[in-house]
Design a protein. Structure first.
Length: 276
């Protein structure tokens, strides 16, 4: 079984746009899919700033909980999510001119990751993707020529389901089970074939941060066979089944909804997997 089904034999490196992190139910599913080990998740400091800026408008009933929600994301990714160095002119100058000015940082960040693939023996095995529902501003065709795939969240989830239906259903079942009032019956769950064994997330050595390498010891660096480039510092089917009005008990839960956030129960998330 391939760890990352969208890139058999390699790694799937996914950059989230703020627009897919802001909707609570969607981001719940995306992170449960990440925690199932289907891909590594990343984002940028610009995405975090945009997330915090727009959170009060998207969630007026929980306008002060944005920072805690973001912290939950970071903990789920074991703080291995952040891409830096993308503001360097070497990357910004390569961003297609048709990309909207406000979204250039996403393409530049993806270029940083593509650049890191040069260190791999077979870079063709790996995939760099941007998940965004604002794809019209990201010049999809031009960006594809750079080795970067831009995809909307719904299509991304469909692709995962096609490639690994059991694991995708398992992750979505986790999202549903975390709802206090799930909008489906146990019979419906059984009929949907969501009775799968829990699988341990396999940590990935790709794009390991210095902190992650220190935690895992010198042996981890030897196994990875890859050293981060100087500019790198990196450390988830339809979602309509998740009603916005339903609360989650754990992972990546909006802080205003309950005292305990999801991050408090998922601190082993993207262990250096996204560690990258």
């Amino acid at each position: 079984m391939d760890r990352h089904p969208l890139s058999p034999g390699g790694n799937t490196l996914v950059i989230f746009d703020a627009c897919v992190l802001l909707p609570s139910r969607l981001s719940d599913v995306l992170f449960d899919l990440m925690l199932e080990g289907l891909y590594f998740a990343y984002w940028t400091g610009d995405v975090e700033a945009e997330f915090l800026r727009n959170w009060p408008q998207v969630h007026p009933d929980a306008s002060k909980s944005g920072a805690r929600r973001l912290k939950a994301f970071q903990r789920a990714a074991n703080n291995g999510h952040l891409i830096t160095g993308y503001d360097d002119n070497a990357f910004m100058a390569c961003v297609p001119t048709r990309v909207h000015d406000n979204d250039r940082h996403l393409i530049a960040a993806a270029l940083v990751m593509v650049n890191g693939l040069d260190e791999e023996d077979n870079r063709a095995l790996h995939k760099v993707m941007i998940v965004s529902d604002n794809s019209k501003h990201l010049a999809i065709a031009d960006t594809r020529k750079l080795g970067i795939e831009v995809i909307k969240a719904g299509a991304f989830l469909d692709r995962l389901f096609d490639a690994a239906p059991d694991r995708t259903c398992l992750a979505i079942a986790k999202s549903l089970s975390d709802l206090k009032k799930p909008p489906y019956s146990k019979a419906a769950e059984k009929g949907a074939r969501l009775n799968f064994r829990l699988r341990e997330i396999e940590p990935g050595p790709f794009f390991l941060t210095k902190a992650a390498l220190a935690r895992r010891g010198a042996a981890a660096q030897g196994e990875s066979g890859w050293k981060p480039a100087p500019v790198l510092a990196f450390p988830p089917i339809a979602t309509t089944c998740l009603r916005p009005g339903h609360r989650r008990q754990g992972q990546v839960q909006a802080a205003a909804m309950a005292p305990a956030t999801h991050s408090e129960t998922l601190q082993g998330g993207q262990s250096p997997p996204g560690a990258v």
